[in-house]
Design a protein around this ligand. Structure first.
Ligand code: CMX
Length: 436
């Protein structure tokens, strides 16, 4: 058994006891109540999910296992000479709740690289898909094609105990995670580089190997580590995390569950927003003939977008009520490495004008930028200008969090998710009775 799996196995009994105690001794304690607007309003703010992988405070932003982004960047071990920590170490933290040592990380790096070879049939599937298929369509197809490798399915069919479900789920999750960088880079080079593929180098860490297979020089390895870490998790209620969890509660294996989550990530209100930001910025640049707009000109672009009934991509959030620390971390990287970049200047200008306009418009509860407002700038600067690819990289990062969560769901025996629905007649009756 690998060191990581052993560590997980050692932690499971205590966690089961804590959850068991909550259900058995406090099962009737009221945590929250559902209001009418939440039923029609996407269950916003309803406290009805649990995860220990990360927590999103509306004012402070994300904490991964209790650590803020700056704390993770400072405390987590890094590859020799690197600025950004190992992705493998971040996965270790998400899964176990502990900051790994260099030695711990080394064993995860080896575990991942030993499982990273993508079967040839996955590439055949991708090559057979229509040329104009969206990269997220290719990404989900690759994941579902890999589902035949699931170890959970034969274990379930052979009658494995519910107590042991976490074990093949762990195996499936690591097998899938380890292959995602190569799948993503393959999709990129298939679609945009005439299928001129660059083979994986298993001696490299997760982030560096991705950069190598993309064919982009340093510091793209640093960007990849930062990008995957920042996008890994955002507690349980966002569409990709919730969908992966929901589908997983039907005991669909890690491949099906994660693919479902990735279909959710592909929506423009969620992960696709990063491509929408670049598309919007490109529109501005074209109209300006590649001249940086003045503040007044930018305000007009923003109002025109709002007045035509569209959202300003990369701004607002369902939970956050301040600038997203994931935005701030990427902004810092830009200030250090690409302060004169044309798109960075435009995105900075947006930061100056959009919040006031959204406040003036009076609709968005959070006028501040989210992660997606900044991530495309860095990608564009280092040559990844094909912005419809950005959500695939978001997906590779998101896998770290949602698969960690799925393993813990299985460890604690999370039930099939099945909330109750009511008809409009019933809700009207409840409303009438409440107003008597
Ligand atoms: N531009 C214009 N209007 C916005 C807005 C924005 N950036 N953000 C919110 N609003 C509007 C909403 O569309 C809504 O309008 P209606 O009442 O007409 O429906 C109103 O403000 C209230 O929305 P909210 O409660 O503030 O936000 P929600 O929780 O409903 O939605 C989000 C959150 C992210 C979908 C929304 O802010 C948005 O559409 N942002 C732009 C897309 C985006 O950047 N998505 C990425 C989020 C991060 C991620 O998941 O990757």
């Amino acid at each position: 058994m690998s060191k990581l799996k052993q560590k997980l196995q050692d932690k499971i009994p205590e966690y089961r006891e804590r959850v068991g105690n909550l259900i058995k001794n406090h099962g009737q304690v009221k945590v929250d109540e559902v209001k009418m607007f939440q039923i029609y309003g996407g269950m916003r703010g309803l406290k009805s999910l649990t995860t220990d992988i990360s927590y999103l405070d509306p004012e402070e932003g994300i904490r991964f296992r209790g650590y803020t982004i700056p704390e993770c960047l400072e405390k987590m071990p890094k590859p020799p000479g690197a600025e950004m920590p190992y992705v493998e170490g971040h996965f270790y933290l998400l899964l176990t709740g502990e900051i790994p040592t260099q030695e711990d990380i080394q064993s995860v790096v080896e575990e991942f690289s030993g499982r990273s070879k993508v079967p040839e049939y996955v590439f055949d599937v991708l090559r057979a898909m229509p040329k104009e298929a969206h990269p997220m369509s290719l990404f989900t197809a690759a994941i579902t094609s890999l589902q035949r490798e699931s170890l959970f399915v034969p274990a379930y069919n052979s009658g494995i105990s519910k107590m042991d479900y976490w074990d093949p789920t762990y195996e499936d999750s690591i097998n899938l995670l380890a292959k995602l960088p190569e799948i993503a880079a393959f999709i990129y080079r298939l679609k945009y580089k005439n299928d001129d593929q660059i083979g994986s180098d298993p001696s490299l860490d997760f982030g560096a190997n991705f950069a190598h297979m993309m064919g982009i020089d340093a510091p793209y390895d640093e960007i990849s580590r930062l990008y995957f870490m920042l996008h890994s998790d955002h507690e349980s209620g966002n569409v990709s995390a919730h969908t992966t969890h929901l589908v997983g509660t039907a005991l669909s294996d890690a491949y099906f569950s994660f693919a479902a989550g990735m279909c959710g990530l592909s929506g423009p209100l969620h992960g696709l927003a990063n491509q929408e930001v670049l598309r919007w910025v490109q529109g501005v640049m074209e109209k300006m003939d590649h001249k940086i707009p003045s503040k007044e000109e930018m305000k007009k672009f923003v109002w025109d977008t709002l007045n035509s009934g569209q959202v300003i991509p990369g701004f607002g959030h369902a939970v956050l009520r301040k600038t997203d620390p994931r935005y701030a971390a990427q902004r810092e990287f830009c200030l250090k490495h690409l302060p004169d970049d044309e798109i960075f200047k435009i995105v900075n200008l947006l930061y100056e004008v959009v919040p006031d306009i959204l406040v003036e418009q009076g609709k968005a509860k959070n006028p501040w930028p989210n992660v997606d407002a900044q991530s495309g700038v860095i990608q564009w600067h280092y040559g990844v200008t094909q912005y419809d690819f950005y959500t695939v990289m978001f997906g590779v990062g998101r896998a770290l969090g949602v698969l960690s969560n799925l393993i813990w769901d299985r460890a604690v025996g999370q039930s099939l998710e099945r909330p109750k629905s009511l008809t409009t007649d019933m809700l009207e009756k409840i409303a009438r009775e409440a107003s008597k």
